[in-house]
Design a protein around this ligand. Structure first.
Ligand code: F6P
Length: 350
């Protein structure tokens, strides 16, 4: 995509307006005319649905919508183009993100953020909608702190964003993992083996716990619950064998250990043939489920509603099944962990 400006002729930082909406009468604030949207961090199924929603609801609200490619990296380089409603046709059902994504190191520096803000000014973006996880929200918050208007939409398979109970991509990734594990159970059963499966989630165990429940795993290891290998893994497998069990499924969240190492230890201690499988990036692809398509669509609309109401620097959340928004600074201060009852329930099924 050709750049409208080179690095040398982008406007000076002094031309950036310091916009602070605290204590300002919203009626006196210029309404939004042009907005940008980008996806950042790890991709997640449903990101396309969120972009589509922002574009369509944005256009219907009278905004011009620009798609920024490759996340903050693209913003920094001024890689963007106007998106029409037609440009997002046939994207709803597609996995990945057609805007592409990146983990931008440059944007973790003040110079990078300032340059991103300059680019927003250069292209006349009155607001930027950032679809991504916590790392992406930090980039958005940095832009807000230098006077830009931002809105965050939670997109990550990990479901580890504290402010929201649900993140776009979580349901699809769990269904993908569940289908893969069902298949692994077939072959584990035929060979009377132990199948140790590592699922994604970074340092959170949401995917592992729920997929473990859904596939009837004998053992689920998550970073939120410290485990003792002899008591929490070996004893369960050996008890199962004593009761006539012939194959076993062990799910390990990537933040809790390595499937390769755990499989090796199980085989060494029990002589039960054990095979590790790392599901890896398989879990990030595929057509989004209904849950992800609808949530992404509703969250995109909520982002546009924030802009229409001149409610800036917000992140979109789902709480008790309802979509709303919270202040980005407050949202990034929140913490969440897996509810104790979910862990107890998983154990009760063992
Ligand atoms: O945050 C999403 C996620 O898929 C995590 O579950 C995983 O730890 C990480 O991204 C992998 O990142 P990358 O695609 O950069 O290897």
């Amino acid at each position: 995509m050709p750049l409208l400006y080179t690095e040398n002729d982008i406007p000076d930082i002094n031309s950036l307006r310091a916009k602070c909406y605290d204590n300002v009468n919203p009626d006196e604030v210029e309404p939004i005319k042009r907005i940008g949207v980008l996806t950042s961090g790890g991709d997640a199924p449903g990101m396309n649905a969120a972009i589509r929603s922002v574009v369509r609801a944005g256009w219907n609200a009278g905004f011009e919508v620009y798609g920024v490619t490759r996340g903050f990296h693209g913003l920094w380089k001024g890689e963007m183009k106007e998106l029409s409603k037609r440009d997002v046709s046939e994207t709803l059902q597609r996995g990945g993100t057609f805007l592409m994504t990146a983990r931008s190191k440059t944007f973790q520096t003040t110079a990078g953020v300032i340059k991103g803000a300059r680019m927003m000014e250069t292209y006349g973006l009155d607001a930027l909608i950032v679809i991504g996880g916590d790392g992406s929200y930090k980039g958005a918050r940095a832009l807000a702190r230098v006077g830009m208007n931002v809105i965050g939409i939670p997109g990550t398979i990990d479901n580890d964003i504290a402010s929201t109970e649900y993140t776009i991509g979580y349901d699809t990734s769990m269904n993908t993992a569940m289908e893969a594990i069902d298949k692994l159970r077939d072959t584990a059963s035929s060979h009377e083996r132990c199948s140790v499966i590592e699922v994604m989630g970074r340092s959170a165990g949401y995917i592992a716990l729920n997929v473990g429940i859904a596939t009837g795993a004998e053992v689920i290891l998550i970073p939120e619950v410290p485990y003792d290998f002899n008591k929490d893994v070996l004893r369960i497998i050996l008890d199962g064998r004593n009761h006539g069990k012939k194959h076993y499924i062990v799910i390990v969240a990537e933040g809790a250990g390595s499937a390769t190492e755990i499989a090796r230890q199980i085989e060494e201690a029990t002589e039960i043939e054990s095979r590790p499988t790392i599901l890896g990036h398989l879990q990030r692809g595929g057509s989004p489920t209904l849950r992800d398509r609808t949530t992404a669509s509703l969250m995109g609309i909520q982002a546009i509603d924030c802009l229409l109401a001149k409610r800036y620097n917000r992140i979109i959340i789902e709480k008790d099944g309802k979509i709303s928004d919270v202040d980005i600074e407050q949202g990034l201060e929140m913490s969440k962990t897996i509810p104790e009852r979910d862990i107890i329930n998983a154990k009760r099924l063992g």
